[in-house]
Write a protein that binds this ligand. Structure first.
Ligand code: ARG
Length: 315
């Protein structure tokens, strides 16, 4: 009789790579991996190859950037979605999309179970679990991190013993999640709010001291509540967000540090880099404050050291 199949949301990192072996060994299941490009912006070559080397029976890659921008980020812009008035829910938005593709593959492959790499402490586990349950309550959910009892040292030991490649960056104490809308950095010494945020956590944004003295100007055109053009030139959603990410990052815009309430009752210090979200949401909120007429309105707003001119193109 063939083994049961489990579909794993696979990032290519150490944890989910170990999970492939873990699911094979502890559960005796055949593992199928699913990886989504939601605009992480990192080199993605090698993720699929790594999965095959770990012995998966099938692997799926989805370029979900356009879908993520249009169906997830854009509604969040219309809603001015800011958790606790601060965090533009960037990681949160990607989870239902990733989980829905995992379910899609599970149904296609006739798999009995699905798996994710979230810990038992954060919000991401809830997003995956709820999406799985909503879309297909028959699927068994396996979350190996909630089961295994490793500390970092024994985890790396186990990985090496089982032929799981251990990246050199494994020393990073942070849990980092990236997508088109933002970069979340948490864990490690960030969990001590009495200590300053170390400067090595930032990757998308420069320190204000290193930002150019000269401002940049950008004109953002909105149509029906979502951004459609920059400086009068139409852009597709992904491209528009990526351009504003670059521009904002260059000016040190979009760094967030706050105390966050987690679903399970923890309160933790969390940090984010969200340059595009900061610019677009500010522009959108200002736009909503305007008294709109049928005529074109133009106004300026200032975000840190950058001026943006926002044009509303009419109702
Ligand atoms: N605290 C944020 C949230 O709940 C970010 C989670 C980021 N996840 C991660 N694995 N680093 O949405």
């Amino acid at each position: 009789m063939p083994n049961d199949k489990v579909v794993l949301a696979y990032s290519g990192g150490l944890d989910t790579s170990m999970m492939v072996k873990w699911l094979q060994m502890e559960y005796g299941m055949d593992v199928i991996t699913v990886n989504l490009d939601v605009g992480q912006g990192k080199e993605r070559k090698g993720i699929e190859e790594k999965a095959w080397k770990l012995g998966v029976v099938n692997h799926y890659t989805f370029d979900a950037k356009e879908e993520f921008a249009t169906n997830f980020i854009f509604p969040a812009i219309k809603a001015n979605a800011l958790y606790m008035g601060t965090y533009p829910v960037s990681s949160s938005l990607s989870r239902p999309l990733i989980a829905s593709k995992v379910v899609e593959v599970a149904e296609m492959e006739d798999a009995r179970a699905v798996a994710h790499g979230c810990t038992g402490k954060g919000n991401d586990q809830v997003r995956f679990d709820l999406t799985f349950k909503a879309l297909n309550p028959k699927l068994k959910i396996i979350a190996p991190v909630r089961e295994w009892k490793f500390d970092r040292h024994s985890q790396i030991q186990w990985a090496k013993e089982h032929g799981v490649p251990v990246p050199v960056t494994v020393d990073s104490p942070y849990s980092i999640d990236e997508n088109l809308w933002g970069r979340s950095i948490e864990g490690g010494m960030l969990e001590h709010p009495d200590k300053m945020v170390p400067s090595d956590i930032w990757d998308w944004t420069v320190d204000v001291e290193d930002a150019p003295d000269e401002p940049d100007y950008v004109k953002i055109g909105f149509h029906k509540g979502v951004p459609v053009s920059l400086d009068g030139i139409d852009h597709k959603p992904v491209e528009l967000i990526q351009k504003l990410k670059q521009l904002g990052g260059k000016h040190g815009i979009g760094r967030i540090e706050h105390m966050e309430d987690r679903v399970i009752g923890l309160k933790t210090r969390e940090t984010y880099e969200v340059p595009a979200a900061e610019i677009i949401l500010n522009a959108h909120q200002d736009l909503e404050k305007m008294v709109l007429t049928r005529h074109q309105k133009m106004f300026k707003y200032q975000v840190d050291n950058m001026w943006a001119t926002v044009v509303y193109q009419g109702l």
